[in-house]
Ligand binder design. Structure first.
Ligand code: VGL
Ligand code: ZN
Length: 227
């Protein structure tokens, strides 16, 4: 399955119980960053436009930041003789190892300077446990430790989330799947995300899994403000 194969839902009106979750729009995931995502930068202005729509209607916007301590176990450099993108799986890490990226407090971990962060209601830092990665904005990769996001959204009465950002096949995918498992309705804004694309076949696999799980796909141009 390819990006062009997903079924796009048309004409979605933003409802009062909707929230926008913008995942990991950080320097290290941009084309010149430490863990580059091809074309990760070309979605920024459209992400800003979508955030503006949610902001204008008074809807909640959450940003996430991948926020690792130095020497995080997801880094190849933390494992003797291992290279970035090599397969590696233990509980909470994998399926591949990463270059050092998004280290807390570094420029690489900062939001891209063109991202409009003024709209955000909350920022979630994830991946802070040195031994467990956190692709999802909701749950760490042990699939039980909560980031607190679901409680935050529920307190605000949020029923449906729109997800976008980087990277399609890791953090946006995992956030969409966990959001659905936590009983939010999930809309995946497919034109506002780009994949890492490693290991081979991952994009196709995650698109199939999300389709099977009942995640809705749309393009940002289909999302309209409510009156
Ligand atoms: C991500 C790999 C490692 C992401 C974060 O934001 O998708 N991918 N850490
Ligand atoms: Zn990471």
């Amino acid at each position: 399955m390819q990006i062009s194969d997903v079924k796009i839902k048309k004409d979605i009106e933003i409802q009062p119980n909707d929230a926008l979750i913008i995942i990991d729009m950080q320097n290290d995931f941009m084309p010149s960053g430490a863990l580059p995502v091809a074309e990760g930068d070309i979605i920024i202005s459209d992400v800003n436009q979508l955030a503006e729509k949610f902001h204008n209607t008074g809807n909640c916007i959450v940003l996430t930041q991948d926020w690792h301590p130095t020497g995080h176990h997801s880094f190849a450099s933390a494992h003797e003789g291992k290279e970035p993108y090599e397969p590696y799986s233990t509980e909470g890490i994998g399926p591949i190892l990463w270059p050092d990226h998004c280290v807390q407090g570094t420029t690489g971990a900062d939001f891209h300077p063109d991202l409009d962060t003024t709209f955000s209601n909350a920022i979630i830092h994830k991946g802070t446990n040195p031994k467990i990665d956190s692709y999802s904005a909701f749950l760490e990769n042990d699939k039980k430790t909560e980031t607190g996001l679901s409680g935050y959204l529920r307190t605000l009465g949020v029923k449906r989330i729109f997800v976008c950002g980087l990277a399609l096949d890791y953090c946006v995918f995992s956030s969409a799947i966990d959001g659905k498992k936590l009983e939010f309705e999930v809309v995946f804004v497919i034109d506002l995300t780009k994949p890492v694309g490693a290991p081979e076949g991952i994009v196709s696999n995650v698109l199939e899994e999300m389709t099977k799980e009942g995640i809705i796909f749309t393009n940002s141009g289909e999302i309209q403000k409510h009156q």
